[in-house]
Each structure stands twice: as structure tokens, then as C-alpha cells.
Design a binder for this molecule. Structure first.
Ligand SMILES: Cc1cc2nc3c(=O)[nH]c(=O)nc-3n(C[C@H](O)[C@H](O)[C@H](O)COP(=O)(O)O)c2cc1C
Length: 398
């Protein structure tokens, strides 16, 4: 006997079928253009490095979050850094043995396991009580290069101990030569062999996004800081013990590079070089390496993305000195693209600070782990199992 199904029953059955269907299971996912967001409760659960952004936002007071997130003016340089990767596409090669990938990268006689390094970021106690020490421990665990900021909240000596080797040291040059000599001698005595002079912040800046967040912060800053705008007085920052806390002189010129070169045997890199003209001058002044950088969009507004500046700089200095780059790197594919365009190594800033803010050392470790895994995967998918296999032919500019 035929079973007659009422239209109400058939609708119920159809709905039950839909509920059990894998189609509906994914309906909050990419099918509808939106990934499900799950609150991150442990660093190990992060799927990509941007998963740390929201927990970092939640963990930090508004002024500290705003300081990190800020670019300058309308944040256009910051956004350009991120957007630029979208107009570079990969050109994979097939049928290459990619069973093993070797990411090892040599810089000034030291071989690192990956070309990914941790950029100098100042004031890290603002993001986690263990600040630069937690980052150093993570870098040690993940055998990664750490560049320590002059405005570090732990001393270069203590960070060296936590890292198990002296870090690369990022210099904000003091305004007097006497203080510069003292600072450089201290850094040499700490065993540092590489110094990175940041030259893109000599003319001050307009950090509007930071200012807006700061005004929403109702806490009393003098509880922790020594000025009511969250600043610090002389001697508060460990690298300024015994010297005035005054740096980034706007009258610095290429002559200062000559003086620095004479002052120290450390390798000297310039950070913040974005034009082929300056790259050539850097080489002529005996600089040992360049970091193409715009301070993560924190110094000058409406610049080109660093990854777009990279080929010109590489072209200007040839293979004579290594060119590194930072700014907006969030994926292994981003790193791959910069390597293809001639970068020797690639720095990340905010991603590891997100990790630090949310989960301390573990967060930084997970960020390094994810980026390494993504780069490894990209290299294998593109038929470039060694770093040297990644060439301009590995990418296409749209
Ligand atoms: C909160 C914050 C503080 C920074 N402090 C320094 C610093 O002290 N010295 C320096 O050379 N660069 C500093 N930078 C710039 C980074 O070294 C790097 O150039 C930038 O963060 C890379 O861009 P990304 O954040 O998009 O990865 C800072 C960046 C951030 C976000």
C-alpha cells in the first residue's frame, strides 16, 4: 500500500535531511564567505597567526593596544604593506622531489633554521610582564633570530642570557655622540655582533590611531609610567642607564654612518631603506646589510608597501650585501614572495606581539611555528625545497 506523505511531513523530512547534510554543517564557513570564529583559549589552538589578534586586543588596555595597532595619519602605509601580497602570485613548478624542505638561511656566518626573524619592538612589558625575556625564550626554543630594540624594557645583558646568545641589537641613535659611544660600547660588551640602525624615525611621527585609543583609556598612567601621557623619564629604560634618554636626532646624515662604521667592528645594517638610491648609498658607505622597512607603517604615511620596494633595493645592491625585509608579513606565502623577490630574511613585528600579549612565551613560539610550517608547505607546493630554489621566476606580479 502506498504511503501518503502530507506536505507538512515532507517539509519536516526535508529539513531533517538538510540538518544532517554536510552542506549545512559548513554553512557558517567559507561557503558563505565567513569563517566560524572560535575563542582562542590556548596558544596551541591557533590556526594562523592572525588568530592571536583578537585575544591580544582583549588582553591589552586600550592605550597599549592602540600603540601597537597604530600606523600614522590614516594608517595607509600600514594597510598597503598588508594589501601588497595580493598582487603577487605564486608560480609553482611540478614534479620536483619535495619530500624534504630545507629552510636554512645564512646571515653573516650564522646559519638559522628559517629565514623568519623577530623584528625589534620597543617596550614589550607593555604587552606582557615578561616582555623581551619571554620573546627571547621563545626565540631560543624555536632557534630564531631576535632583534632587540633600543627601547627594550629588559637590558641587552638579561635578554642575551634568556636567549642563550647575544641578540642582534637595534639602535636608535642617541642625540649626542658621547652617548652613542657609551651605548655602542655597552652593546659590544654584551657580546652583540650585529647592530641595526633604524633610520626611518628621525623626523618624528603622527600616530593618530594610537592617540584615539589612548583617549579612551581611563586608567591612571602614572601608576606604571613616569609621565601622565604614558612616557618615561631618563633612566627608566635599561639601555639608557647613564645616558640621557634622547634619541633619533633629525640632523643625522650619511656622515653618521661613516662615524658608526669607525666606532664599531659589529656588522652594521640600516633599517628603513626603501629606495634604490639610498640602497646604493648604504653600500657605498660600507653598510653590511639593509632591512627594507617602513616601521610597520608607523613612520611615514602613503608609502609603497615594503614588498613592492624590495626588488629595487635588491637590484641596486646586487648580491653584495644581504637585503632583509619586514612589514605586513602574516603568512608563509608572504614570506615566500619576499624571498622570491630577493630578500635574504623576513621579519615579523605585530604577529609575535599578538602572541606575546595573549599567551606570553607560548604565543610567540606558536607564531614562529605556524609561519615556519606555512613557509615549508608553500616551498613544497611550489617545487622549491631549498631556499636557493626560490627565485624571481617563483612569482608573478599581477
Ligand atoms: C609596537 C611596535 C613597536 C616597535 N618598536 C620598534 C623599535 O623599537 N625599533 C624599530 O626599529 N622598529 C620598531 N617597530 C617596527 C618593527 O621593527 C617592524 O619594522 C614592523 O613591526 C614590521 O611590520 P609588522 O608589524 O607589520 O610585521 C615597532 C613596531 C611595533 C608594532
Amino acid at each position: 500500500m502506498a504511503v501518503v506523505i502530507s506536505s507538512a511531513e515532507s517539509r519536516r523530512r526535508f529539513l531533517r535531511f538538510l540538518a544532517a547534510s554536510p552542506l549545512l554543517a559548513h554553512s557558517r564557513g567559507p561557503l558563505f564567505g565567513q569563517n566560524p570564529s572560535v575563542a582562542l583559549t590556548a596558544a596551541k589552538d591557533a590556526i594562523n597567526v592572525m588568530d592571536f589578534e583578537e585575544p591580544a586586543h582583549k588582553a591589552l588596555p586600550p592605550a597599549h593596544w592602540g600603540y601597537m595597532a597604530s600606523g600614522v595619519d590614516d594608517d595607509l602605509t600600514l594597510k598597503a604593506n598588508l594589501a601588497a601580497f595580493k598582487h603577487i602570485q605564486l608560480r609553482p613548478r611540478r614534479l620536483v622531489d619535495v619530500s624534504q624542505a630545507d629552510l636554512s638561511t645564512e646571515l653573516f656566518g650564522t646559519t638559522w633554521e628559517t629565514p623568519i626573524f623577530l623584528c625589534p619592538v620597543g617596550g614589550q612589558k607593555m604587552f606582557h610582564p615578561e616582555g623581551e625575556l619571554a620573546v627571547a625564550r621563545a626565540a631560543r626554543a624555536k632557534k630564531s633570530l631576535q632583534v632587540l630594540s633600543t627601547v627594550t624594557t629588559y637590558s641587552v645583558e638579561d635578554v642575551g642570557k634568556a636567549l642563550g646568545r647575544p641578540p642582534w641589537y637595534q639602535l636608535y641613535i642617541p642625540t649626542t655622540w658621547d652617548a652613542t659611544e657609551k651605548l655602542v660600547r655597552r652593546v659590544e660588551d654584551a657580546g652583540c655582533q650585529t647592530m641595526v640602525w633604524t633610520v626611518d624615525l628621525l623626523a618624528s611621527r603622527n600616530s593618530e590611531t594610537y592617540e584615539r585609543f589612548r583617549r579612551t583609556d581611563t586608567r591612571n598612567c602614572v601608576g606604571c609610567h613616569t609621565t601622565d601621557r604614558g612616557g618615561r623619564h631618563d633612566g627608566d629604560l635599561p639601555m639608557f642607564t647613564g645616558i640621557p634618554q634622547s634619541y633619533n636626532p633629525p640632523n643625522a646624515t650619511w656622515e653618521w654612518v661613516n662615524r658608526l662604521k669607525k666606532l664599531t667592528k659589529m656588522k652594521l645594517l640600516l633599517k628603513g631603506i626603501d629606495s634604490r638610491e639610498d640602497a646604493r648609498l648604504a653600500r657605498e658607505h660600507g653598510v653590511d646589510g639593509i632591512i627594507v622597512s617602513n616601521h610597520g607603517g608607523r613612520s611615514t604615511e602613503t608609502l609603497r608597501a615594503t614588498v613592492d620596494c624590495l626588488p629595487g633595493v635588491v637590484d641596486a645592491v646586487g648580491a653584495q650585501i644581504p637585503v632583509l625585509v619586514d612589514g605586513g608579513f602574516r603568512r608563509g606565502t608572504d614570506v615566500f614572495k619576499a624571498l622570491a623577490l630577493g630578500a635574504r630574511a623576513v621579519g615579523v613585528g605585530r604577529p609575535y606581539i599578538y602572541g606575546l600579549s595573549a599567551f606570553g612565551q607560548e604565543g610567540v613560539e606558536r607564531v614562529l611555528e605556524i609561519l615556519r610550517a606555512e613557509l615549508t608547505l608553500t616551498m613544497r607546493q611550489c617545487g622549491t625545497p631549498h631556499i636557493k630554489d626560490i627565485t624571481p621566476a617563483s612569482v608573478m606580479l599581477a
